[in-house]
Structure formats: C-alpha cells, structure tokens
Design a binder for this molecule. Structure first.
Ligand code: C2E
Ligand code: MG
Ligand code: MG
Length: 749
C-alpha cells in the first residue's frame, strides 16, 4: 500500500528520532555493543532509503497532478485572474492572457486596469470596490483595445477570496468574451431604432391592436391624422375611437376580429371608413397583418393605412354620375332598377303591393325640334321638378332617357293609391311651363304596372308599365292606364318593330323606289322622287306610313334619310355613267333633318362622295318643316341653293303657311297634296283650292306639281287649270331602281 506524503514525513521524523537516540546510546555504551549497533544502523539506513523512494514516487504523482491542474487552469474557456486590491495581477491563466493579447509574464504584477480601454477603467475600479464591499459575486462589462480599431467586449465576474481581508485582499476574477453578443445586440438595437424611426416617420397610419381590438400602438402619423395623442388612444377600442360606431366599417372590423385567426389572408386588404377626433369622416385603405407570438398564436393585429378620402370622393362622384342623370340629377335607369329590385325583396317579404309608373312627356319632341335643345333641357328639368313634387320622399323618380321617366311607389295598399298619384301628376302637368318667358303646355302620359299582379320581376314590371304607356300614347295621350294582358300583343309588336327598325340599315333591309314626275302636256319625265321602303323579312314590303312615324319618334329618321339621299345620288350618277340622259332625282328631307345645321355639310359630302353634280338633286320639304324655325330654314336653303340645289314644297296645302310667306324662300316648285287631288272631282272646295293655288303659285313663278293623280279625269282637269306636272299612279308607279330603269330608259344605252 502506498503511503501518503504526510505519512512519509512522519516516518522520516521517526527515523531521525531513532538515529538520534541510538547515537546517544552509542556514546553511552562506548563500543561494547558497537557491532549490534552498526547492524541496527544498517537496518535503519535501508529503511530510510526505502522511505526516500516512496517519497520520490509521491512527488512525481504530485507533479503530474499539478500539470493536469495547470492545464485545466490555463486552457479553461474563461479568463482567470487573481488580483490584489490594487488590481495587480497575481495569477492569470493562458486564456486570460490571450484574451488581453499579452503574454502571461507581461501581466503578472501589473495592474489589470492598464489593459482595459481607458474609458472603462473607472467602471472596473468601481466594480472591484463594490465586490469588496458587498462580498458576493459582482459583474461588469469592460472593453479592451485601442482607441482606433475595433474594441473587444468582456464580461468580468469577481469575488473576494475568503479569509484574505485587508491588505492581503485578493479578487478572483473571471472574464468571458461577449464581443459577438454585444455586436449583435448593437445591430439589433440599431435596426430596431431604424424600424421605430421608420414607423414613426412613415406617412402612413400604423397601429397595433390586441386580439380584442384594443389599441396598443399608434404612430406619429396616426396621431396627426386622427387628431389623438397616442397616450389618449392607448387601451381604447378601435371601434368607437377611430372607426365610427354602428357603421358598416365597424361591423366589418368586428367581423375581421372574429375571422382573422381562421383566414388571415382574406382580410389582408380592406377599405373602410375612419373617424377623426373632430368627428370628421375619412376613408382608409388598410393592409392588415396578424401579429403572432413564438408559438405562432395570433396575439394582435398590425394595421398600415393610407388616406383614400379623396379617391373615395372621386369614386363616389363617379358612382353618382354613373347612377344619375346629369341633366336633372334624378337617378338613372341603373339606379332605378336597383331601387326596384330592393323594393321587390321587401314587398315579397312583407306582402306589400308596389307600383311602377312609366311616363313620357307629350309633344316633347316637337318642343325640342322647334325650340331647340337648350329649351328642351329646361323643359326636362322643370318636368322633373313637377314629378318629384307629385310623390313622397320615399318614392323614387328616375329619368331613364330622352323624355321618359319612371316612378317607383314601393309600398301601396291597393291600386287606388297609384291612381291618386297618377292624377296628382296629370294635374301638375295641366298648368303651362314658363320657358324663357314663354308659356308652354306639355302634358304627360303614364303607364302603370303593379306587383304582384303584373309581374314579379323588375324587368317584367318595367316592360309592362312601358306597354301600358304605349297604349296610352296610341289612344290619345295625357292620361294614365294600368297594364292589362290584352295590351300586350299589339304593343309588343310595335316595340319589336321599333327595335328592328333600328337594325334595318345594318341588315340592308331598306330600299329606294323611284316615281316619275311627268310633264302634264308632253308626258315627258321631268324628274323622279326617291321613296323609301322597308323590305321586312316577315311582314313583306312596308310603305313609309307603316314605319315613318316610328322612325320620327325614335330619331331613326336622321340616319335613314341620310341613307336614302346617298343611295339616290349614287343611283342618279350610276345612270349617267351608264350613258342615260341625266335625270334629276328628288329626295324627301324630314322636318328634323331640315333643322339640323349640319344638313348643308351632309349634302356637300354626299355629292362629293357620289360625284353627282348638284343640278341633278332636288330636295322636298313639307311646309311645316320649312316654317318650324325660319332662320335655320333660310340659312340652310340659301346655302344649298347657292350650290345649285333646288327645293320643292311637299304636301302643299296641308300646312298653315301662306304662299306669300314662302316667297321669301328660294323655292322652285310646290307639290299639291294628293288629298286635294283626290277630292277634285267630288269636292268643289278642293277644286277651287287647287285652282287658286295653281294661279297664285304661277304668279310667284313657282312650278306646280299635282301629287296622287290616279285618273285621266284628274289629269285633264289639272291641265285645264294650268298645272305643270303630275306625279301619281297614272303617270307611273314608284318602282325599284332596275324596274324604273327599264320603264324609263327602255333598252340599255
Ligand atoms: P310624299 O313625299 O308626298 O310622296 C308621295 C307619296 O304618294 C308616296 O307615298 C307615293 O307612293 C304616293 N303616291 C304616288 N302616287 C300616288 C297616287 O296616285 N295615289 C296615291 N294614293 N298615292 C300616290 P309613300 O311612298 O308611301 O310615301 C309617303 C310619304 O312618306 C311621302 O310623301 C314622304 O313624305 C314620306 N317619305 C317617303 N320616302 C321618304 C324618305 O326617304 N324620307 C322621308 N323623310 N320621307 C319619306
Ligand atoms: Mg315627297
Ligand atoms: Mg307629298
């Protein structure tokens, strides 16, 4: 068994003691027992040597242990210092020396403070002082390095070594490198600072709430925008503070809070109404993001908002524009339909009855045509006011186009309620409108349909009210009628006709027939009138009286006349080019067309396009058309006449104009209306009118043509009165171009 070093020292002491005792005894015994003594001494010597060997072994073990310990000490992951109270380094491990970048021997017996960054030395002293005073482990952070260049950061932990107080005080100080951690902390701080600055200086509203919608953060812009300091809103609910309570936006917000956990993506972008502290309403486009904790649970919401009040205002204005009639400010057809659909939902749900009225101003077109669009507009506005004044606030009045209005009575008890309103409206339209100082009477016609009797859908109710209106217009205007199923068939036909009429041009269903005017004496063809026909795919060939009133009413007459004019001019030119004798063609110009300042330009353009010389064109205008707006008439006629175009007055005798009045116009001939010609042989009145007209017209140097001459007798009588020419079945039927060509020119040129 090995002996411990302490045992060895004891053994040695014992051996030395024995040696001393024996020496003393040797001196006492004086040699007699010398031999025995020497023997004993030898034995002790051996024992001593043995003990020395054990001692050596023990030392070696001790040294090995020491090496292990100092390795552990030197290579420990922390720096280790023993300092005296003046911070002189008494011991340092290799790690500590390396941390400071100095060899161990440079550090020993020198103050540790010297190695530290100048500005941190006081911190270090204070740290030691505190450690000494408080007697338990203290921590501080210091930096090491030069002024320029990067500094290393260390954390020191010191403790006073027990039992060594006063002058002998020793600090055991460990040191760990925290440079990396400090840098990343600094970076984090820096980026957090930047982020905060960004959030605060952003020109967007940025705010955070918890999951209950309580505000937890409010940036500077939000303060400025909403007019609240952030301290005032912190802890308050979003709804009621910056979102108006009980508003659709408030509802949407509550919905979002409820749904965001399940569908965050659904709520990413929203637009809603906001409220400033002053109560002023604003609009905000929000981008929302849930805020989550480490476990991914949603703990709140981050909102970034842009002020879109202005855009919303423009959008609203546009929406208003899209839903309202610009002239009268009334809802338009789109909005009216929305109202109607909503009202129908309510009516269906609660069992109400409702009424739809379709209205049309009587004679509006003639006001517009004769007095001009500006006056027409004034009339429309005035009519709107009267309509609005006739119904309750909760009833809707809309202008759905031209002179057509609709009214919705969303809740009535029986049909009589609608009758009362209809009478009220009719009554309001009995007094004249004052337009620019002129009194003008304009009545109104009303068609009414009822829910649920006349339809369950918005479309069918509107259509049936329209049919009822058509019915009123066909039977005398200025009254109201309820829809009934019998109206349907005839009126619907008419509506279909109207719809199809508009499409005749694109479908190529219009044709021109030509009818000659012949000299009453020589039977020579003087010119031919272009007369429009509609080749209806189902109804066959339609004459103007079957569709002209509709064309006039709908305005289709304008493109139609333009087409006839172009076709006739092109035909005349084509015959000339085919080598026939040039023939003058006459075209009818409607009253509407005749009032358009663009008429001259149109005729010029058509002549240029077709290459026809103006001398081969004559325009027929009725008296009424010529008299409607005499200034425009004179201007148009004078310019066209200067180009070489002639004019005739059509249907003469049916209008109110006097011959002397016509004298002021550049007119070439008058055409006596066929109604007088038909009465020639039976009605003495007609006879004298025709005779007088011919005489007076001649006095004014107009040529006279009699229309509708069907018999030889008529012909002869007219000749006896001095009539110049005739147009009628007797002289030639209206014929399509190829037949007319054959009849007139016979064989090809
Ligand atoms: P209008 O200009 O007075 O044309 C003469 C009308 O009398 C034509 O009727 C013609 O077919 C008809 N007629 C000719 N001879 C006789 C006859 O012997 N007996 C009878 N009873 N009638 C005869 P249409 O073609 O039906 O045209 C009717 C009216 O329609 C025309 O009257 C004219 O005012 C208008 N119209 C025809 N084509 C056009 C057009 O292209 N543009 C415009 N704006 N109006 C047109
Ligand atoms: Mg005519
Ligand atoms: Mg005529």
């Amino acid at each position: 068994m090995k002996k411990k070093p302490s045992d060895l020292a004891l053994l040695r002491k014992e051996a030395e003691k024995k040696l001393r005792e024996q020496t003393e005894r040797v001196e006492e015994l004086s040699g007699q027992d010398f031999k025995r003594l020497v023997h004993e001494l030898g034995t002790h010597q051996i024992e001593l040597e043995m003990q020395n060997e054990e001692l050596r072994q023990a030392r070696e073990e001790l040294e090995a242990l020491h090496r292990k310990y100092s390795d552990l000490f030197d290579f420990a992951p922390v720096g280790y210092f023993l300092l005296d109270r003046h911070s002189l380094v008494k011991e340092v491990n290799l790690t500590g020396a390396e941390m400071l970048g100095l060899p161990k021997r440079f550090l020993l017996d020198r103050p540790l403070s010297r190695c530290l960054f100048e500005k941190d030395r006081n911190t270090f002293y204070a740290h030691l002082k505190e450690t000494e005073e408080k007697r338990y482990r203290q921590t501080c952070e210091v930096r090491v390095g030069k002024k320029e260049g990067p500094l290393l950061h260390f954390q020191l932990q010191s403790i006073v070594m027990e039992g060594r107080k006063g002058a002998d005080i020793l600090f055991r100080t460990t040191m760990i490198d925290i440079t990396e951690r400090t840098r990343s902390e600094e970076q984090l701080r820096e980026s957090e600072g930047k982020y905060r600055e960004l959030v605060q200086s952003a020109r967007s509203v940025i705010l955070k709430t918890d999951i209950q919608g309580t505000i937890t953060f409010f940036n500077e812009f939000a303060e400025e925008f909403f007019g609240y300091p952030s301290a005032e809103v912190a802890g308050r609910k979003v709804v009621g503070t910056i979102i108006p309570p009980l508003s659709p936006s408030a509802q949407a917000f509550q919905g979002m809070l409820a749904g965001i956990a399940l569908h965050p993506e659904y709520y990413q972008k929203t637009e809603g109404e906001g409220m400033r502290k002053s109560g002023e309403r604003v609009w905000i486009a929000w981008t929302n993001r849930p805020v989550r904790d480490r476990d991914g649970r949603i703990t709140g919401l981050l909102f970034v908002g842009q002020d879109i009040t202005e855009r919303k205002g423009i959008e609203d204005a546009m929406k208003h524009q899209a839903h309202h009639d610009a002239l009268t400010g009334l809802p338009n057809k789109i909005l009216f339909k929305e109202y109607l659909v909503n009202a129908l939902h309510q009516a269906q749900r609660y069992g109400y009855m409702l009424a739809v009225m379709f209205l049309d101003l009587d004679r509006f077109k003639s006001v517009n045509d004769s007095l001009g669009h500006a006056m027409g507009d004034i009339l429309l506005r005035a009519a709107s006011d009267r309509l609005r004044a006739s119904v309750r606030e909760s009833d809707a009045v809309a202008r759905i186009g031209g002179d057509e209005y609709t009214i919705l009575l969303p809740h009535i008890s029986h049909a009589e309620d609608a009758v009362k309103i209809a009478w009220k409206i009719l009554d309001h339209f009995t007094s004249p409108f004052l337009l620019d100082g002129n009194e003008l009477y304009c009545g109104v016609s009303i068609g009414i349909s009822l829910f649920p009797d006349n339809g369950e859908q918005a479309e069918s109710l509107l259509k049936n009210a329209d049919i009822a209106l058509y019915h009123v217009k066909e039977h005398g205007r200025g009254k109201y009628e309820f829809y009934n199923a019998d109206m349907n068939i005839r009126t619907l036909e008419r509506m279909i006709l109207e719809n199809n009429l508009r499409r005749t041009l694109e479908r190529g269903e219009l044709v021109v027939h030509y009818q000659p005017q012949v000299s009453i004496d020589t039977h020579q063809v003087l010119c031919a009138e272009a007369l429009v026909r509609w080749e209806h795919p189902e109804l066959g060939l339609l004459n103007p009286f079957q569709f002209l009133p509709l064309a006039e009413e709908t305005g289709f007459i304008i493109p139609m006349d333009e087409w006839v004019l172009r076709t006739a001019c092109a035909q005349s030119k084509a015959w000339q080019e085919a080598g026939y004798e040039p023939l003058c063609l006459t075209a009818n110009v409607s009253a509407r067309q005749f009032q358009l300042p663009s008429l001259v330009g149109l005729v010029e353009q058509v002549l240029e396009e077709t290459g026809l010389s103006p001398e081969w064109l004559e325009l027929e205008v009725t008296e009424g058309a010529a008299m409607q707006n005499i200034d425009v008439t004179i201007a148009n006629m004078t310019r066209l006449n200067a180009m070489g175009i002639r004019f005739s007055i059509d249907d003469f005798g049916t209008g109110y104009s006097s011959l002397s009045y016509l004298k002021r116009l550049p007119i070439h001939k008058v055409k006596i209306d066929k109604s007088f010609v038909h009465g020639l042989l039976t009605d003495s009145n007609d006879e004298s009118i025709v005779e007088a007209v011919i005489a007076m017209a001649h006095k004014m140097r107009f040529q006279v043509v009699a229309e509708g001459v069907e018999t030889e007798e008529q012909w002869e009588l007219l000749r006896s009165y001095g009539c110049d020419a005739v147009q009628g079945y007797c002289a030639g039927m209206p014929l399509p171009a190829p037949a007319f060509e054959k009849a007139l020119f016979g064989t090809p040129a």
